[in-house]
Design a protein around this ligand. Structure first.
Ligand code: 5AD
Ligand code: SF4
Length: 368
């Protein structure tokens, strides 16, 4: 297959995606990323949008076999950010021109949690007369809950499918009858029906995952008419079943990490080339593997950054994987650090804008 021919195709197919995802030669990668960045310039511009990321609670009813805050990890001290602190950080985002806030937590499905989040959304939407765009990332919920939170004023929801391959999904999650791939997919459908701009994503470089799986992930984004993509490399957490398996198999060497990083950037570039007008995040997991991981993703087509606004005193208790960056920083450092990263690659920040996914508005006729 010839790289230039593939890069100049109007519509890539699965075979092309597998070919691109498997590229390793530095010159090939440079041409691949440059083509993806050109598509970003055409459909989005050289502008990157911020969503302040507030990890407000690490309580979780689930036990994902890769995740550091899984229910079974008793080494984690569980926390809930006081309501006043959450509102203070939301106001900080507004005053610092972030445009949007993303509230993330472990998963809880009890009514106390649901109504608490509903109240929070209403309070946050009062700041600046509804000025802040609001994304939620609080896991699997019923359609009724998604509707309540949407009606309270949030409008974007992130729920990663983790992998579009149900067999691989089953290997990553406990088989206790409470964690099914189909349930996750049904949640994505319910979110679309209730009017949300829907985001999803996968982990990249998982044990047992093939390039075909990753190409299928991109086709899955298309089939679900996904507006926003948040995906990143799998990163080992030392106190998890998958982390232990990967380390015991000798699969966490510097070369393995480099491969997962490269695959992560290749996924960003291939997704930009294939889907064109979606929002794609340069996720923090990229930076856990390389200090410049996020800049590389922006240069390969990503257009969203999520600076941490989690309270500094809780940052160490929200570690989904090892080497999470920015643990020592406060929100001011994260703001300035990311702004210089954006400038370093020739982009600018879309201050004060929600930066919604153009894809959502370009496909309103296809929303359920
Ligand atoms: N490595 C990379 N990403 C992880 N996540 C959870 N654990 C890990 C890990 N060890 C991701 C999952 C989840 C999101 C909140 O964090 O994709 O959906
Ligand atoms: Fe909970 Fe999400 Fe971690 Fe799974 S990935 S254990 S749902 S916080």
């Amino acid at each position: 297959m010839d790289l230039q021919t593939v890069l100049h195709k109007d519509k890539l197919n699965k075979e092309d995606l597998v070919f691109l995802l498997g590229l390793t030669d530095p010159q090939d990668l440079q041409a691949f990323y440059a083509a993806a960045y050109a598509v970003k310039l055409e459909y989005i511009g050289n502008v990157d949008f911020y969503r302040g990321l507030l990890e407000f609670s690490n309580r979780c009813i689930k036990n994902c076999r890769y995740c550091g805050i899984r229910r079974g990890n008793t080494e984690v001290v569980r926390f809930d950010t006081p309501r006043e602190d959450i509102l203070h950080m939301a106001r900080w985002c507004y005053e610092n021109h972030y445009g949007s806030l993303c509230l993330q937590s472990g998963e809880r499905q009890d009514e106390a949690f649901i109504s608490y989040v509903e109240g929070l959304i209403r309070d946050i939407k009062r700041i600046g007369g509804g000025a802040l765009g609001l994304t939620l990332c609080c896991g699997e919920q019923t359609e009724a809950t998604y509707r309540r939170w949407f009606e309270a004023g949030a409008h974007r929801y992130l729920l990663r499918i983790e992998t579009s391959n149900p067999a691989l999904y089953a290997a990553l999650h406990p088989q206790d009858g409470h964690h099914e791939w189909q349930v996750r997919k049904d949640c994505l459908d319910a979110l679309a029906r209730t009017g949300w701009q829907v985001g999803t994503g996968v982990m990249i470089g998982l044990p047992g995952q093939t390039l075909e799986d990753l190409a299928d992930d991109i086709l899955f984004y298309e089939a679900q008419n996904i507006a926003m993509i948040g995906m990143g490399p799998y990163v080992v957490h030392h106190n998890t079943p998958i982390g232990n398996e990967v380390v015991a198999a000798g699969k966490d060497s510097p070369a393995d990490r480099e491969r997962r990083l490269r695959l992560g950037i290749n996924m960003v570039a291939a997704t930009r080339l294939y889907l064109k007008d979606v929002n794609i995040a340069a996720t923090t997991a990229l930076q856990a593997l390389h200090p410049l991981g996020r800049e590389m993703a922006l240069k390969a087509g990503a257009n969203i950054l999520m600076p941490l606004v989690t309270l500094p005193r809780f940052r160490t208790q929200y570690q989904l994987y090892d080497n999470k960056p920015c643990l020592e920083d406060g929100q001011e450092e994260c703001k300035n650090c990311l702004a210089s990263r954006v400038a370093s690659i020739g982009d600018r920040v879309g201050w004060d804008q929600w930066g919604d996914s153009p894809h959502f508005f370009n496909t309103l006729d296809r929303q359920p």
